[in-house]
Ligand binder design. Structure first.
Ligand SMILES: [Zn+2]
Length: 86
């Protein structure tokens, strides 16, 4: 019985230690990032998606919405077919 109690204490202690370390890391990250953002006066760039430009019409859109083909970026498959506008 004493052995079981000993292991329960060890497991609870380990879980507590993991939680303390995890919350310490989370606090450290959330403390350092807003300070940098305040200095720059802009929201953190890490969360913003990269914007790309259609090579036919020049419209800007998030990278996830763009059509990529042959190393070129297009807003739609129609503009990918039309190619680069001269
Ligand atoms: Zn386009």
């Amino acid at each position: 019985m004493g052995k079981v109690l000993f292991w329960i204490v060890i497991i609870i202690g380990a879980l507590l230690l993991i939680r303390i370390v995890a919350s310490y890391n989370a606090r450290e990250q959330s403390d350092s990032r807003p300070k940098q953002a305040k200095k720059r006066g802009a929201p953190p760039v890490e969360h913003a998606e990269a914007m790309v430009r259609c090579e036919h019409c020049g419209i800007h859109m998030p990278r996830s919405e763009a059509v990529l083909s042959d190393g070129h970026i297009w807003c739609s498959t129609e503009h990918a077919k039309l190619g680069v506008r001269q």
